[in-house]
Design a protein around this ligand. Structure first.
Ligand SMILES: [Zn+2]
Length: 102
């Protein structure tokens, strides 16, 4: 799925197809005010909820398949458990280390 947006808060990267969040940022992630929760949430979470029209439980993590933490392209995001997300992050770091060692 390729999600095109006219939303001015994002910039499309034609090389990776990432949608880079340009507005508010919290740490490495984009962030957005959530009126339902009355607090800031990850911009990627907000975008995914907007597209799917479903609230993602707070105890679920969102994995950036493209490894770009500021990306909010729903096609690059997958809802996973925190355990799965951590395992994937560790696997990614190991792969990067092996690549550097080679
Ligand atoms: Zn992306």
């Amino acid at each position: 799925m390729i999600y095109k947006t006219k939303n001015p808060k994002v910039r499309h990267d034609p090389r990776t197809d990432c949608l880079i969040w340009l507005q508010c940022q919290s740490g490495e992630y984009g962030s957005k005010w959530c009126p339902t929760r009355k607090r800031m949430i990850g911009a990627h979470r907000w975008m995914l909820e907007r597209v799917t029209d479903e609230q993602i439980p707070d105890d679920m993590a969102i994995d950036h398949l493209c490894r770009n933490k500021r990306c909010v392209n729903p096609a690059h995001l997958e809802v996973v458990s925190h355990r799965e997300n951590r395992n994937r992050a560790i696997a990614h770091i190991r792969a990067m280390e092996e690549q550097q060692a080679a």
